[in-house]
Design a protein. Structure first.
Length: 302
């Protein structure tokens, strides 16, 4: 029998995404998958809609409250590990997977036991040939991260064999059971954003290879502007970048780089007319920095 792949989806009042994703999983060709929906404290009608649409193979768990991306996935991870998963993938519910995606990811890992973590080529759902992510890169000069391939048209430039990468996005992050057991789950201090990057650093430092697999494909229902700068997103990205630097024990160069960038941003938003629309975010940045310095992590009201 093929290794068992447990697939963790979070649902938080967006049942329309979850239902569509589950429908795409019904068409996968890999023979041994276990979809696990973790409802992260949704309204009753949201989880009811998911239950009504799910087939008998879908496991539905209810966390009882919003545990964030980190806590919700950890809730599902615990179940998957207790129920015999060989591989576990964190999969955003606003995605559609290619029928052979799991075949390709598992085959890649089965052929090379040194690979601990994989991720597919991810395209925009609304622009099916436009890449959103094929792995990610960490800039240790300032602890910033970027998606490889972002907004590039796929012309075969990433080939068809796996390649090493610094991290794979939590939108679709598959790892062996032994990696989850050795490295642990996501750090719940992050709540959302930067958590998968920090986890991948832990996995890499534990000796596991992280690769992207370009011929394994899926599509993400994210806007082409890819996470507009809302106060909520900006708060978590700012605070958690500092938390990431701390957790990974980044060096002095990283901290100086972060400080220089934050300072330039604050000055630009304050004095340059072209950035006047960003001025309301100055207080968000300062609050995020203050919360990090005071050890206020996890969920925040923004």
């Amino acid at each position: 029998m093929k290794p068992k792949v447990s697939i963790i989806l979070l649902n938080y009042n967006n049942e329309h995404f979850t239902v569509d994703c589950l429908k795409s999983l019904e068409h996968v060709t890999y023979p041994n998958i276990e979809p696990i929906v973790v409802d992260n404290g949704s309204k009753p009608e949201s989880i009811a809609a998911v239950r009504a649409a799910a087939n008998s193979s879908v496991i539905i768990l209810e966390s009882g409250k919003n545990l964030g991306f980190t806590g919700g996935n950890n809730f599902g991870l615990k179940y998957a590990l207790e129920h015999g998963a060989d591989y576990i993938i964190l999969l955003n519910n606003d995605t559609i997977v290619a029928p052979d995606m799991f075949d390709i990811l598992v085959d890649t890992m089965e052929k090379d036991p040194t690979i601990g973590v994989t991720g597919p080529m991810i395209y925009y759902y609304d622009a099916p040939e436009l890449i959103w992510s094929v792995g990610g890169k960490i800039n240790w000069n300032n602890c910033n991260t970027s998606m490889l391939g972002l907004n590039e048209e796929d012309k075969g430039q990433y080939g068809d064999i796996s390649q090493p990468t610094d991290f794979v996005t939590g939108c679709a992050l598959m790892a062996r059971r032994e990696v989850w057991e050795k490295v642990g789950g996501l750090d719940e201090n992050f709540f959302i954003y930067y958590e998968e990057t920090e986890w991948c650093v832990r996995a890499s430092r534990a000796g596991y290879k992280i690769v992207y697999v370009p011929n394994a494909m899926m599509w993400h229902k994210i806007g082409l502007d890819a996470r507009a700068t809302t106060p909520r997103v900006y708060y978590y990205m700012t605070r958690n970048r500092l938390l990431f630097a701390s957790k990974t024990k980044a060096g002095l160069r990283s901290w100086l780089g972060i400080g220089a960038e934050f300072s330039r941003t604050l000055v630009s938003w304050s004095v340059r007319p072209k950035w006047k629309d960003r001025r309301p975010l100055r207080n968000i940045m300062l609050r995020a920095i203050k919360d990090f310095s005071m050890g206020k992590y996890g969920q925040a009201v923004v």
